[in-house]
Design a protein around this ligand. Structure first.
Ligand code: GDP
Ligand code: IMO
Ligand code: MG
Length: 428
């Protein structure tokens, strides 16, 4: 099987962008299949830093890139991102980018609703405020405006009316100003030609690519514990982030997923609210945040940091069908005397080898730890397994044992080429 699906195996920001960029020179096409511009994927190539939220990370290597039907697309953001990366020397033309014509749009009213809810909520989710949740609500509520509607004025007018019939009372309740249908139509028509230049039946192109035996690299956003079904609900994002979504979110059959590569940080982080059993509120947590530069790409918020949670990643291996992992940011652990790994949880005298579904249970779990020796040497920028100190090798091997999946790739710095490959996911 030639295809590879990259997904985040924790709460996002595991280093998916770096790995997708690195792997994309082995692929023919790179596809985003869920999420929106809530994602922030950072690629570092020499002195150049690329921050992508909506564009697949294959664009930097000049790979054909697809934004699939499962993605929610803010058309203005898309054009801004194309312009920004263009200024960095990466020209994104319709030859390079395909936008699924059946993808749903994120509109300013979605952003308004997202932000108003967060501002008034007693218990915030800590969203990125970019309208992701409300846009997916309208998608399943069958009132979303899709890319193809931009080419059909009559359909667009009818859809705007339908959408506003839902949003007007909602906005009134939140004290937001009313939206004028004609103004909204004009705004969409103004952006339509530039967006439609990229619009195609992505499913058809991808099926042709697969039938021709070419290689597809799927790029997940967020992480398995932010999945709307399997994550720490309601502190999740509004899409399915697990590997199974790669097929549905791009218009390919279930088998297309191929080798599932879970991206796993050598410790744990989370941005936004919600349960986090191994979170550290102490100097070690601060150390991880500082050394790991754990600040959100999209919102600039400080990420919460904690020890590696093997129970969580073991669950992720099962939920995604992970065949192997890419372990990232091992270098951030350099110099720590002792490392802790969470192997399971305890709650009310009972042991759990997995994260139970109840919110109350999730927030009260006590992690069960085992301790390992750290290492004094630097692993930063290591490009071969032999360069790693013995304790680092032991730490990696123990992680493999506990999560039940092998390490296929190891990342030792933000730089593209500071990546060690033990096995080629495309060859498996
Ligand atoms: P993504 O959302 O999964 O693509 O991850 P982000 O890009 O949001 O966050 C990962 C951050 O860690 C980025 O700033 C990367 O440049 C950086 N990074 C990736 N891999 C490594 C690594 O192995 N070591 C270190 N120190 N930084 C890394
Ligand atoms: P990448 O692809 C980390 C989090 C938000 C919030 C929750 C819901 O860079 O790994 P949303 O705006 O999606 O409704 O917010 O999900 N979140 C992420 N956390 N990485 C991401 O993406 C995220 N995308 C959303 O912080 O807790
Ligand atoms: Mg990110």
């Amino acid at each position: 099987m030639a295809n590879v699906t990259v997904i985040g195996a924790q709460w996002g920001d595991e280093g998916k962008g770096k790995l997708v960029d690195w792997l994309s020179n082995r692929a023919d096409v790179v596809v985003r299949f869920q999420g929106g511009h809530n994602a922030g994927h950072t690629l570092v190539v020499g002195n150049e830093v690329y921050k992508l939220s909506l564009l697949p990370s294959g664009v930097v290597q000049g790979k054909l890139s697809v934004i699939g039907n499962g993605v929610v697309v803010d058309p203005w953001h898309l054009l801004e991102e194309i312009a920004k990366i263009g200024a960095q020397g990466v020209q994104v033309t319709p030859d390079l980018l395909i936008l699924a014509d059946n993808a749903c749009l994120i509109l300013p009213l979605h952003k308004d609703l997202d932000q108003a809810r967060e501002a008034t909520a007693v218990k915030k989710i800590g969203t990125t405020g970019r309208g992701i949740g409300p846009a997916y609500e309208d998608k399943v509520g069958r009132r979303a405006i899709r890319v193809a509607d931009l080419a059909d004025r009559e359909a667009l007018e009818a859809k705007i009316d339908r959408l506003l019939a839902h949003h007007t009372p909602l906005r009134r309740g939140l004290g937001l100003p009313e939206i004028d249908a004609a103004a909204m139509l004009a705004e969409l028509e103004a952006v339509a030609p530039q967006i439609l230049a990229f619009a195609k039946p992505a499913w058809l192109h991808l099926n042709e690519v697969v039938r021709a035996g070419r290689r597809v690299l799927f790029e997940g956003a967020q992480g398995a514990l932010l999945d709307v079904d399997h994550g720490t609900y309601p502190y999740v994002t509004s899409s399915n982030t697990v590997a199974g979504q790669a097929a549905a979110g791009s218009g390919l059959g279930a088998k297309a997923t191929g080798y599932v590569l879970g991206i796993v940080k050598a410790y744990t982080t989370r941005v936004g609210e919600g349960p986090f059993p191994t979170e550290l509120d102490d100097a070690v947590g601060q150390h991880l945040g500082t050394v790991g530069k754990e600040f959100g790409t999209v919102t600039g918020r400080a990420r919460r940091c904690g020890w590696f949670d093997a129970a969580l990643v073991r669950q992720s291996v099962a939920l995604n069908g992970i065949a192997g992992i890419a372990l990232t940011k091992l270098d951030v652990l350099d110099g720590l005397e002792t490392l802790k790994i969470c192997t399971g949880y305890r709650l009310d005298g009972q042991d759990y080898a997995y994260l139970p579904a109840g919110l109350k249970a999730q927030s009260q779990l006590e992690p069960v730890y085992e301790e390992m020796d750290g290492w004094r040497e630097s692993t930063q920028g290591a490009r071969s397994w032999r360069e790693l100190p013995a304790s680092a090798v032991k730490y990696v091997r123990r992680i493999e044992e506990l999560i039940g999946a092998p390490v296929a790739l190891l990342s030792t710095s933000p730089q593209r080429d500071d990546t060690i490959m033990m096995r080629d996911p495309f060859a498996d």
